[in-house]
Design a protein around this ligand. Sequence first.
Ligand SMILES: [Mg+2]
Length: 314
Amino acid sequence: MSRQTGHERGELALIRRLRDRLVPPRAAAGGVPFGDDMAELLPGAGEWLWTVDLLMDGVDFDSRRHEWRVIGRKAMAVNLSDCAAMGVQPVSALCAVCLSNRLSMDDAEALIAAADECGRRWNCPIVGGDTNSWDAPTVISITVAARPEADYQPIRRDGAQRGDRVWVSGKLGGSLLGRHLTFEPRVDLGITLARGLRPHAMIDISDGLALDLGRIMSASNVGVVLSESELAEVVHSDAERLALQDGQPASAHALHDGEDFELLIVLPPAVSETTARGLGLLPIGEVIAEPGLWQMGSHGDRTPIPLQGWEHFR
Ligand SMILES: [Mg+2]
């Protein structure tokens, strides 16, 4: 809590406004109401998974360029993307914000309400949190609790095996042109894959295809050969637009740009191409025993791909 009376009054007023908006639908009759010391979950049996993200103005977003509702939506969506990556259903969110004193009450409400609206779309409302203010840039942190939809294990990064095929859920690169703010977390697809196809490994592409694929490779102790021709098929038109601006190859944007938030999926070879393509997946390569990331040309020639991607402290 802020110790300054003026801020305290402001904070209480904000909480009152939020209380009217944020109604936890799972609060049972007689359960703990919103705004008490803790939020109540009615967990039932089975396992729970948790994820948290921290976004800072000037580092992860820029409030001079982006609207607060857009920032709030993204703060929730990045957490939901992590749920998608494990094939689990998000259930409830906690939201902690340190608001810059320069924010108006309307801005603060827009930020948190947009996060809640985004969560709600995937059945993951904000059920509690904390709001402080200070004379510094705004910081927002959202924590999400999730669980498998039915009787299956969450999909991890460490199960890729030689001979598996590597797929992505959509085209990649150039998200900087706007998609990094408007992406749809692939929650439903992640659950469908986890239930139906049991991927050997899965991750969401937050830091770039090469870097996130590298995470699967090192966790699974395998390598991957990407097909040059298949890679060409997953280059997003935004990657091509960005390539025209900066002179980099569009395929480099597809490989190394961050914040696509598509799923990167490793499927056993028994899953047919028809089945995978039927879910909108696009093939990009194959898992090999030998460590390293490679690109294979049409003549079978292999060139190494550097495991570079999005750097948080550029
Ligand atoms: Mg992730």
